[in-house]
Design a protein. Structure first.
Length: 132
């Protein structure tokens, strides 16, 4: 399976945010143990760096990400597709375009409702865990 992870799922894992940490962590753990590909656009790392900017270990956390997931490039075609998307939130639209180009089977997010109209199925960590 090819899984694209949304920013909120990675931050839940890195910051151990409850009540979301357990399900998000189990998705990543199960995927890695099963040999599934976990992906995240490299552009998301800047969002994470910004959101965790007050954390003195932010660089260490970014290195942890690179050890856990495959960082995908963001191309101008992703940008153009996101601009033309029906998804109104640009970051979400860019994630969908990237997931589609990288042939992701799903996007794992806590905000699946934000991905209505996505060409890649968006599921919550809890939903994906039920599928396994």
């Amino acid at each position: 399976m090819r899984i694209m992870l949304d920013t909120n799922v990675m931050i839940d894992i890195l910051e151990r945010r409850e009540p979301f940490f357990t399900d998000s962590y189990l998705v990543l753990r199960n995927a890695l143990l099963n040999g599934d590909l976990c992906m995240m656009p490299v552009s998301v790392t800047t969002d994470i760096a910004y959101l965790l900017r007050k954390n003195p270990n932010v660089k260490t956390k970014l290195l942890e990400i690179s050890d856990m997931v495959t960082l995908t490039d963001v191309l101008p075609t992703d940008f153009q597709e996101a601009l033309n998307s029906e998804i109104t939130d640009f970051e979400d639209a860019l994630l969908v375009a990237n997931a589609k180009r990288n042939k992701a089977d799903c996007i794992v997010t806590r905000n699946a409702k934000d991905f209505v109209g996505s060409q890649v199925n968006a599921v919550t960590p809890k939903e994906l865990l039920r599928e396994w």
